[in-house]
Every structure is written in structure tokens, then in C-alpha cells.
Design a protein around this ligand. Structure first.
Ligand SMILES: Cc1cc2nc3c(=O)[nH]c(=O)nc-3n(C[C@H](O)[C@H](O)[C@H](O)COP(=O)(O)O)c2cc1C
Length: 233
């Protein structure tokens, strides 16, 4: 009788031990997949971040990008001996050639994002004399002048994303930018403004662009202080 009792006790103990072992295995095996699933989640997140990045790049390169810009350089009959020390609107480009301040930023955007460059040029050039430009701009803004632009073969239809670059003139866009935005149909296009300025920032320029292009998506722009142009990159 005692032997049968011991046998039953042994069987019960053996059974509970094996059940414990199984449970602990189960715990281990439950932990493992969950640990590895965390790992795989991280990997998936990384992968999805990579994919998103990849998609974004594809999105940009798939888009047809135009970088249209205006500046005094290209719209002023500067004397032949003009250099970067003569005018605040001229900088030495990264290739060593003279460039306009806004053009410098336009070039950087082209380098990083890609796209076609388009210099916005007025039929009537602006004076090389800074004060005369200030005066002319004041008059153009006051009278709501829309200066005539030089004709080009620009086909705006082929672009989805349009960077618009300009110097800040009296806290907003110069009037030739108004001409450009009014002349071309930018409906449903994405507009990304960028500007250079003498330290007072983008002013009301982004809001003014949005007002002129109510059917375009105008993103927050990039404002670069002319004096800090060399670190604009
Ligand atoms: C007519 C005129 C008005 C300007 N008004 C402003 C202004 O309101 N705020 C500012 O920070 N800079 C102002 N500036 C400075 C220009 O925005 C700055 O020099 C710009 O970088 C010039 O770019 P660009 O060389 O491409 O023409 C003005 C310049 C001119 C010629």
C-alpha cells in the first residue's frame, strides 16, 4: 500500500515537473518570438523609413521641377567691370563666376533637388543704382504695376513643382514675381518659395504668393540672408 502511495506521489511530482518545464519552455518560446518580433518591428520601421525616404526621392525625381527666379543680376545693365565688392546683389558663385544672390540659392536647389532653371527677366531692366531701384520698386508697388516680362518658350504645363525665387523688396515679392505668377497658370501645382534678403526675413512674401495663387499649394519657403549666403547650403 505504501509502495502504491509512493508511486502515485512520484507520478504526480514527475507530471508537475514536466508541466513546469513545458510552461517555462512555452514562456521562453513566447518571449523569443515577441523579442524577435520587436526586432523585426524595428527592422520593418527602418525598412519603411528607408522606403519612405526612397519613395520621397522618387517622388521628387518623378516630379517635373522648375526653379524660376528673379534678381537684380540678370535684370540690370551692370557695367562690365562690376564685381562682388561693387554691388550687394552680386556674389562669387561656387564655380568662381559672378552670380546674383538669389541665383546662388537657385543653383543650390538645382544641385540638390534637380530641375530646370528659369531666370525671370523684365523687358525694361532695372537701374544699376540701388537707390533708383528702391524708388522704382516703391512706385511699382504703390501703383500695382505688373512689369512686362521678356518672352520665353517656357512650357509651364510640364512642371508639377515650382520653386519661385526672389529678393525681398520692401518686405514682399518684387513686382516681376507678380507678373510671373499672373502670366502662368499654376493651378494645382506645388509652389515652394525661396528668397534672399538683407536681414529682415521673408516679410509678407509667402502670404502674397498664396493670395496670387489661390489654387496652388504654397509651401513654407526658405529665406536666406544675403550676408550669410556662403553658408546657405
Ligand atoms: C528695392 C529693394 C528693396 C529691398 N527691400 C528689402 C527689405 O524689405 N528687406 C530686406 O531684408 N532686404 C531688402 N532688400 C535687400 C535685398 O532683398 C537683398 O539684397 C537680396 O539678397 C538681393 O538679391 P539679388 O541679389 O538676387 O537681387 C531690398 C533690395 C532692393 C533692391
Amino acid at each position: 500500500m505504501k509502495k502504491i502511495g509512493s508511486l502515485i506521489l512520484f507520478l504526480v511530482l514527475a507530471f508537475s515537473l514536466s508541466a513546469c518545464a513545458e510552461n517555462s519552455n512555452k514562456e521562453t518560446s513566447q518571449k523569443l518570438p515577441s523579442d524577435s518580433s520587436t526586432e523585426s518591428m524595428v527592422t520593418m520601421e527602418e525598412e519603411s523609413a528607408e522606403t519612405e525616404e526612397h519613395d520621397e526621392t522618387e517622388e521628387i525625381s518623378g516630379n517635373h521641377v522648375l526653379i524660376a527666379y528673379f534678381g537684380r543680376w540678370g535684370n540690370t545693365e551692370f557695367p562690365d567691370d562690376v564685381d562682388a565688392s561693387t554691388s550687394a546683389s552680386i556674389v562669387i558663385g561656387r564655380d568662381g563666376n559672378l552670380q546674383g544672390t538669389t541665383e546662388y540659392v537657385a543653383d543650390l536647389i538645382r544641385e540638390y533637388v534637380g530641375g530646370d532653371m528659369h531666370l525671370i527677366q523684365t523687358v525694361e531692366p532695372y537701374s544699376e543704382d540701388y537707390d533708383k531701384v528702391v524708388e522704382k520698386n516703391r512706385q511699382e508697388q504703390e501703383e500695382g504695376v505688373v512689369p512686362e516680362l521678356q518672352s520665353t518658350d517656357l512650357d509651364i504645363e510640364q512642371y508639377d513643382t515650382i520653386f519661385i525665387g526672389y529678393p525681398i523688396w520692401a518686405t514682399t515679392i518684387p513686382r516681376p514675381i507678380v507678373s510671373f505668377l499672373s502670366q502662368y497658370n499654376l493651378m494645382d501645382k506645388t509652389i515652394i518659395p525661396f528668397c534672399t534678403h538683407a536681414g529682415y526675413g521673408s516679410g509678407g512674401s509667402y502670404a502674397d504668393i498664396q493670395e496670387l495663387c489661390p489654387n496652388s499649394e504654397v509651401l513654407t519657403g526658405l529665406a536666406v540672408e544675403a550676408e550669410k549666403i556662403s553658408s546657405a547650403e
